[in-house]
Design a binder for this molecule. Structure first.
Ligand SMILES: Cc1cc2nc3c(=O)[nH]c(=O)nc-3n(C[C@H](O)[C@H](O)[C@H](O)COP(=O)(O)O)c2cc1C
Length: 319
């Protein structure tokens, strides 16, 4: 009889979206007699509000970007367990890993449990995940984990629509659709969440027979990621802007102090203007110069799509 493989599934979700993506992936693993799943729900010491009050939401960005998360409760694992695979579900806050995920990555137990282990990252967000993924990879590398796959589920509506629907969703709790359907409901679609079960099936099929030191991807060919190349430059600009203004705001005081709030208001106007001007402009420029930068863009896409890659060759295209 083969030995049962032990999987640790780590997650946090405010709206239930990341939760249902993780559940969809875990379904086939839970159904397998050769796999045992342990779940670790990350719990902030002080719950984040949902919906978010406007200033509280916005005032969270400096600490998110500077990787100084609000603390989580002691993770409900011993730390000396020996898992065969870690599935780490997380979301993006301000182009950075969300605070609960970051708090876990910085927790001493993360190093004990993740070091030397194969890790499957699962992201569910609006559509800007590239910078956050860089940060996530840096932390995984620092604690000695091995990223073997990355699954990314995003809101497939047009960027201009999600630029409205995502903030409305997180600031009011209303998901839409809005304006009689002109702006589709915010978030990852139900179909995409259900279809994420294919990743669980692939893992359930491969993990039982996999050698412990095998660190090759399991989810190639399944369309685990799609890199929107128009986001590469926009994210870089926005992330740099977050770093500069975040440093200034942090120098002015902790969240919710008057001077910081006043400068935050100025930044909000600046950022809003930046997003409605520079972001579309950079997308247009990018499109215009695309023929000249094709090779570089292809290289960047491969880089961000690693380790699972963008290929969909194993998907049933007739369905
Ligand atoms: C504070 C905050 C900041 C966010 N920033 C981003 C972002 O930079 N990029 C992005 O694609 N999604 C962003 N989102 C959307 C989240 O990644 C996530 O999809 C959404 O909040 C659903 O939450 P859940 O996974 O906790 O249920 C943000 C959400 C919140 C609450």
């Amino acid at each position: 009889m083969t030995e049962v493989k032990r999987v640790l599934a780590i997650g946090f979700s405010q709206t239930g979206q990341s939760r249902s993506v993780l559940d969809s992936i875990l379904g086939p693993l839970r159904a397998s007699s050769e796999i045992e799943v342990t779940e670790l729900e990350l719990e902030p010491v002080e719950a984040f509000p949902f919906p978010w009050p406007f200033w509280r939401f916005f005032d969270t960005f400096p600490e998110c970007v500077y990787e100084e998360p609000a603390p989580i409760r002691e993770p409900n694992i011993r730390g000396d367990e020996d898992f065969d695979l870690i599935i780490f579900s997380w979301q993006v806050w301000f182009l950075s890993p969300a605070m609960p995920a970051m708090a876990f990555l910085q927790h001493p137990k993360a190093r004990r449990v993740l070091a030397g282990k194969p890790i499957v990252s699962v992201i569910a967000c609006r559509n800007m995940w590239l910078s956050a993924y860089e940060t996530f990879k840096r932390h995984i590398e620092y604690i000695g984990g091995h990223l073997v796959d990355n699954v990314v589920l995003t809101d497939r509506a047009h960027s201009a629509a999600t630029f409205v629907s995502t903030p409305v969703w997180v600031l009011t709790g209303h998901r839409g659709p809005f304006l009689g359907g002109l702006i589709p409901a915010a978030g990852v679609s139900r179909e995409d969440i259900d279809a994420a079960a294919r990743f669980g099936e692939a893992i359930a099929r491969q993990l039982p027979g996999r050698a412990r030191d095998d660190l090759t991807p399991m989810l190639k060919g399944l369309g685990a990621v799609h890199v929107n190349e128009r986001m590469i430059a926009s994210e870089r600009i926005a992330h740099r802007s977050f770093r500069i203004w975040g440093a200034l705001l942090r120098a002015l005081g902790p969240p919710n102090t008057p001077l910081r709030r006043a400068v935050l208001a100025v930044y909000f106007l600046f950022l809003f203007t930046l997003i409605i001007t520079v972001v579309p402009l950079s997308a247009v420029i990018k499109r215009l110069i695309a023929p000249l930068t094709r090779k570089r863009t292809a290289r960047q896409r491969r880089y961000y799509a690693a380790p699972s890659g963008e290929s969909t060759e194993l998907l049933d295209h007739t369905a």
